[in-house]
Design a protein around this ligand. Structure first.
Ligand code: NAI
Length: 283
C-alpha cells in the first residue's frame, strides 16, 4: 500500500508532533482540529520546534520550508476524502473517538487506514464504530513525538495483517521503533506508567513528601529523566485521569482507582503544562 496523504486529527501536543514527524518524512499532511484557531496554534508550535532544529544545525532553512509546506490546515473533516491514512489524536474520550471514527468511515476512501493515537482506550471498540474494523489500528506515539523513539502498534480484534504491516513500515519511515502490543486497556506503556504516576499523586495527597521531594526521589533514585509529577504535568492531568479511569473500568481492580487529588486538579482546570498550571506552574 502506498501512503502519501495523511490526516492528523487534533492539533494539540500530540497531533502537532505527529504532523511534524510525518511532514519531516515527506508525507503530505492535513492537520485537522475543531476550529481554525486550534490548528493555527498547533502550526505555530510546529514552526517553533522546527526553527529550533534549524538553529541547532540539524535542519537546513530549505528543509524547514519544505516541511512546513507539506502541512495543510484543516477545520473541515471532508478533507479526509483524499487521505490514505488518518491518525486520530483528539481528546482521550471514547464517545468523541467513536463519533469521529464513524464520520471518518463515511468520508475517507475505502482503502484508507484509520489509526488512533489513544493512550488507553480499546482499539476494538473504536473500530466497531466503523464498517471497516479490519482497517482500524492503534498507533501510539510518545510525548514529545519528535524526540521519543517508541510507537506502540496495537491490533484490534479484526485488524488485517496488511494494515499492521503498512503502519509498521510507516512508523519506521518516521524514524521510530515500532513494538507490537495486544489490545488490553492501557496497552503496555500506560498500564505500567500510569499507576506509578497515580501512586506518586497519592503520596503527595497523603502528605508523605513535597512534590519536589517526590520527583527528586524518582529522578535521582530510579534514574528517571523526569519525576512522575512533572511527567504528569507534561502528559496532561486530564489525559492521566482518563487513562486511570480506562484502566479501572477495563481491568476492574481497585488498584487503578484515580487519586482524588488528580480529580480535584482536573476539576479546577489545572491540566498541567498545557494550561500553565498543574502540580507545578509554567509561564
Ligand atoms: P491535547 O488536549 O493537547 O489536544 C487534543 C486536541 O484535540 C485539541 O486541540 C482539541 O481541540 C482536539 N479535539 C478534541 N475533539 C476533537 C474533535 N472531535 N475533532 C477534532 N479535534 C478535536 O491532547 P494530547 O495530549 O495531544 O492528546 C491527544 C490524544 O493523544 C489523546 O487520545 C491522548 O490520550 C493521546 N496521547 C497523549 C499523550 C500525552 O503524553 N499527552 C501520549 C500519547 C498519546
Amino acid at each position: 500500500m502506498v501512503i502519501k496523504q495523511v490526516m492528523v486529527i487534533g492539533a494539540g501536543q500530540m497531533g502537532s508532533g505527529i504532523a511534524q514527524v510525518c511532514a519531516a518524512a515527506g508525507y503530505d499532511v492535513y492537520l485537522h482540529d475543531l476550529k481554525k484557531e486550534f490548528v493555527e496554534r498547533g502550526l505555530a508550535g510546529i514552526e517553533k520546534n522546527v526553527q529550533r532544529l534549524v538553529d541547532k544545525g540539524r535542519l537546513s532553512v530549505e528543509e524547514k520550508a519544505g516541511l512546513l509546506e507539506r502541512i495543510k490546515p484543516s477545520a473541515d473533516l471532508q478533507n479526509a476524502k483524499e487521505v490514505d491514512v488518518v491518525i486520530e489524536a483528539a481528546v482521550e474520550n471514547m464517545e468523541v473517538k467513536k463519533q469521529l471514527f464513524a464520520e471518518l468511515d463515511q468520508i475517507a476512501p475505502s482503502h484508507a487506514i484509520l489509526a488512533t493515537n489513544t493512550s488507553s482506550l480499546p482499539i476494538t471498540e473504536i473500530a466497531a464504530a466503523t464498517s471497516r474494523p479490519e482497517q482500524v489500528i492503534g498507533m501510539h506515539f510518545m510525548n514529545p513525538v519528535p524526540v521519543m523513539k517508541l510507537v506502540e502498534i496495537i491490533r484490534g480484534l479484526a485488524t488485517k495483517d496488511e494494515v499492521y504491516a503498512a503502519i509498521e513500515t510507516m512508523a519506521k519511515e518516521l524514524g521510530k521503533v515500532p513494538v507490537e502490543v495486544n489490545d488490553f486497556p492501557g496497552f503496555i506503556s500506560n498500564r505500567v506508567l500510569m499507576p506509578m504516576i497515580n501512586e506518586a499523586i497519592f503520596t503527595l495527597y497523603e502528605g508523605v513528601a513535597s512534590k519536589e521531594a517526590i520527583d527528586e526521589v524518582m529522578k535521582l533514585g530510579m534514574n528517571h529523566p523526569m519525576g512522575p509529577l512533572q511527567l504528569a504535568d507534561f502528559i496532561g492531568l486530564d489525559t492521566c485521569l482518563y487513562i486511570m479511569e480506562t484502566l479501572q473500568e477495563g481491568l476492574g481492580e481497585d488498584k487503578y482507582r484515580p487519586c482524588p487529588l488528580l480529580r480535584k486538579y482536573v476539576k479546577a482546570g489545572w491540566l498541567g503544562k498545557k494550561t500553565g498550571r498543574g502540580f507545578y506552574e509554567y509561564s
